[in-house]
Design a protein around this ligand. Structure first.
Ligand SMILES: [Zn+2]
Length: 404
């Protein structure tokens, strides 16, 4: 059994449903400490989320322990501890938590790693304990093979990616900012491949914004239409108006901005009562051609034109980001994927969000690359054992291209 497969299997055996880590990060820490990584667990208050940050450098300027004299020597607005991560600084980003599994839907115990016909089955095999293992073993191999590499390399893990991210990467990103530890490059091991292993590298993501709209009308008996102002009809009008015109046509890197109603709720349940309120929940996945405020203004203008009175609460889930196709990170990873898979990856920004969106605002180039995502969040989630070995080699080669 290879090191990557062995580690992936150990991780799958931990029942780490969000936001529990149940020892997964300890396993990764043990591996990395063997080759000299400095590890710390970052936690926000009493939240159950665990985050592991493991860093390594052979540069004598590196300081991952902090410097108690720093505040005395550098009084300033920052409450930094004196960490120094010489560049180039590459971080692998992953998560140890998984979505729940209903055992009766599975052919094997979802938390007992099972290998059958060259395929590893278990909850998290593809999303993303297989990648967690590949990233860790790649870092280990790289350090062992290249004792004089340049810069800083590291691993960042959270146990709250599948949940609300509270105490997770948003908290770590703030901590990194405070400590002025800004990664240049971030490789997220999320399962990006679609049909064939290696076919997609995600080089950015769309933004996501949700609106919770409550429309106010006037409730009344349907037999007296002149006395009512049907909130449900207003909601329908609003949705029709918002769907009418496309927001943009996207650009070379991003598909057009999409709008979707995710919930529509109105009425008291009686056959003869016209509803006085209507609740709509909707979401935009937007390209950099939009901003949250631009989308909000459009919604508000549409309501004004229709004479709709409503209260709206917005939730901005993430802003769009993109890493240049000609940038060092995309170039390095693409070449490594082509070398090991003989597949030319499509570079795109499709799909859902990931924790990469919290790291990109640090000025970091962020990409996502990992195994085939066909079985993620499903029963009998699995990953090809061979792909995990190749993935380890790809990550290792990307490090070589960026740090030698
Ligand atoms: Zn994931």
């Amino acid at each position: 059994m290879s090191e990557t497969l062995e580690l992936a299997s150990k991780l799958i055996a931990c029942n780490s449903v969000t936001p529990n880590d149940v020892g997964c990060q300890d396993l990764l820490e043990q591996e990395l400490k063997e080759v000299g990584f400095k590890c710390r667990t970052l936690r926000e208050g009493m939240y159950p989320t665990f985050n592991l940050l493991a860093l390594h450098s052979v540069d004598p300027k590196a300081n991952f322990e902090g410097d108690p004299t720093i505040l005395k020597n550098n009084p300033g607005p920052y409450d930094a501890s004196g960490f120094v991560a010489p560049g180039p600084f590459t971080i692998f980003l992953g998560h140890t938590d998984v979505v729940p599994a209903k055992e009766s839907d599975w052919n094997s115990d979802p938390f007992s790693p099972t290998i059958k016909d060259g395929v590893l089955y278990g909850r998290g095999a593809a999303d993303m304990k297989g990648s967690d293992a590949a990233m860790t073993i790649a870092l280990k191999n790289f350090v062992k093979k290249h004792p004089n590499y340049k810069g800083t390399i590291g691993l960042l893990m959270t146990s709250n990616e599948e949940g609300d991210a509270v105490g997770g990467i948003p908290f770590v990103a703030e901590w990194l900012k405070k400590e002025r530890l800004y990664p240049d490059f971030c490789i997220v091991g999320e399962p990006s491949s679609s049909k064939t292993f290696g076919d997609i590298i995600k080089i950015g993501r769309r933004g996501s914004m949700t609106a919770h709209i409550t429309i106010n009308g006037k409730q009344g008996h349907v037999a007296y239409p002149e006395q009512i102002d049907n909130a449900c009809h207003k909601g329908a009008q609003l949705i029709a108006a918002l769907l009418e015109k496309p927001l943009d046509n996207g650009n070379e890197d991003f598909p057009p901005t999409s709008f979707n109603v995710t919930n529509f709720n109105s009425g008291v349940g009686a056959e003869n009562v016209a509803p006085g309120t209507c609740q709509i929940m909707c979401n935009w996945r937007f390209s950099p051609l939009q901003t949250p405020v631009k989308l909000q203004r459009r919604l508000e203008k549409t309501m004004e034109e229709l004479g709709i009175y409503a209260t709206v609460r917005y939730v901005i889930n993430g802003l769009p980001f993109i890493s240049s196709k000609d940038g060092q990170l995309v170039t390095a990873l693409k070449a490594a994927v082509e070398h090991h898979t003989k597949v030319t990856p499509d570079l795109n920004t499709l799909g859902g969000t990931s924790d990469g969106r919290f790291i990109a605002p640090l000025g970091t180039q962020v990409v996502e690359f990992g195994p085939i995502n066909a079985t993620i969040h499903k029963a009998n989630e699995c990953v090809n054992v061979e792909d995990l070995e190749t993935l380890t080699k790809i990550y290792e080669e990307a490090l070589e291209k960026l740090h030698l």
